[in-house]
Design a protein around this ligand. Structure first.
Ligand code: 4NP
Length: 146
């Protein structure tokens, strides 16, 4: 299974989803490939935001070595599932789909809900972390069963 986590900047939310998912997948001995990307290209090559790095570290997850990449249409061919953090990400990723097969790979990370962007609000990093971790646990169960 190859999974891509997508947000806007690829420095706050999707690096957490990437790091937490990879951490959980390793502990379950699943050989899944996890990565992340951003629909915006401002932070390409940058490490995750220091607040995401810090909250993940607190929970024993090291995301400091990740580097931001830009979401491009070629990534549809590389991944089985593409999870987006909010509805703008959904719209931006779907706009690049080449066909229905690409479109079918794209899902909101949290069903019918969004992961709020914590970039301009320090207080959001903890609830965002908790929300992402809870959802990663659920996703591993549901994907491993399918
Ligand atoms: P992310 O958060 O999409 O969770 O990585 C953001 C990071 C950077 C910006 C916006 C959102 N920005 O405008 O630079």
């Amino acid at each position: 299974m190859k999974i891509l986590m997508v947000c806007l900047g690829n420095i706050c939310r999707s690096p957490l989803a990437h790091g937490i998912m990879a951490h959980l997948v390793r502990s379950e001995n699943l050989e899944w490939e996890i990565d992340s990307a951003g629909t915006g290209d401002w932070h390409v090559g940058h490490a995750p935001d220091h607040r995401s790095v810090a909250i993940a570290k607190k929970y024993g997850v090291d995301i400091s070595q990740q580097r931001a990449q830009h979401f491009t249409a070629q990534l549809f061919d590389k991944y089985d599932l593409i999870f987006v953090m909010d509805r703008q990400n959904l719209q931006d990723v779907l706009a690049q789909a080449k066909n229905d097969q690409d479109k079918a790979k794209v899902k909101l990370f949290v069903d019918n809900d969004i992961v709020p962007d914590p970039y301009f609000d320090d207080a959001l990093f903890l609830p965002v972390y908790e929300m992402i971790e809870k959802r990663c646990v659920e996703l591993i169960k549901s994907i491993a069963k399918s």
